[in-house]
Design a protein around this ligand. Sequence first.
Ligand code: DMJ
Length: 456
Amino acid sequence: VSLQMMKHAWDNYKRYAWGLNELKPISKQGHSSNLFGNIQGATIVDALDTLYIMEMKEEFKEATEWVEKNLDFNVNAEISVFEVNIRFVGGLLSAYYLSGEEVFRKKAVELGEKLLPAFNTPTGIPWALLNIKSGIGRNWPWASGGSSILAEFGTLHLEFVHLSHLSGNPVFAEKVMNIRKVLNRLDKPEGLYPNYLNPSSGQWGQHHVSIGGLGDSFYEYLLKAWLMSDKTDEDGKKMYYDAVQAIETHLIRKSSGGLTYIAEWKGGLLEHKMGHLTCFAGGMFALGADGAPSDKTGHHIELGAEIARTCHESYDRTRMKLGPEAFRFDGGVEAIATRQNEKYYILRPEVIETYMYMWRLTHDPKYREWGWEAVEALEKHCRVDGGYSGIRDVYINHESHDDVQQSFFLSETLKYLYLLFSEDDLLPFEHWVFNTEAHPLPVLHKDDGNKEENQK
Ligand code: DMJ
């Protein structure tokens, strides 16, 4: 079924928005996001590996040809370093590792080089935004005290390690190792990592901590850096398990109705709200269970299962059986959005991502059942003639479509659904880690270096 869904999403993108970043499935035209400046083709690059994995050979071929002929980084564009890294660099790297086509390696390294000026700050903590022509960077105007964002500068590690591996140029890995060093030198309030860090002073901004937006994939990349290093990156491992410990003590709570959730921390006070984005953490806890101290393995799996259950409730308690952007545990409600501007669903993957990890790691059939409920809801409410659209309010009967087919729907939501209903030997976890946009990157096995040395 996810293959049919992918076909519908892809065919319509191709028909109405080919070469542009995303599709507007209601108005049947292109959607340009300012996250990518005027780099074009986000949906194509984000979807390459999904097409490959689903064996959509014709489509993969036409996408490859578009990349060869049209993907161009010599543009005057201010881009989000994080978004371009996870979607474009990540997408190209996966396409390269899966298909072996040299063009993807070349383009990934070329784009990586364009991103390097972002690190020209007094601390080496990169800017959020970069003009890839002039090399001038800056931060989001809304970010506390001119800070860079934890989830943005903390979500470059996997891709940059691979860029060094594939180019033979150590500079990429050096840049991300320096981020680690800066973080390790800093005092952390209660062992927690604030979402804001000033790249000039090297000081934290507001003491806001979140495992959802602004923080999320920083934690994910600590764990995955260790896994991707064939479990040799002890520093990443320690940072991950220490952070989880602090998160459990200060952010994880149980509602009176028995639902475990992850709150947001603001200078010591808790906001009892959990974002859809935070739901990825169920899968992360379960994936990390294996490396936890031996008496904690079962506990981390259990924590993953509890988060999966809470996020499933957030879906189940809506009219459309699709989860809201954020749900709350206060004022007598549990796992329900209370504010109008938190009731939307934009085709996000995190809940299905967690089902996929929980399924692979436990084989409890309920995760496939929950995944199936999501498929039915997507087909009923998000599928339109011109593709798939987000929904403005998941608590009412009538769909108000937002008219955007997000590129992560093709790279993540549909890929995770496909994997949820596939055998475990498709992209096995021993050999692959998924970047935060669901692009698989191979584990760099300890003896890989030697093998290459021997071949030389
Ligand atoms: C994706 O771009 C990535 O999963 C990112 O980590 C968070 N936001 C979107 C999907 O919701």
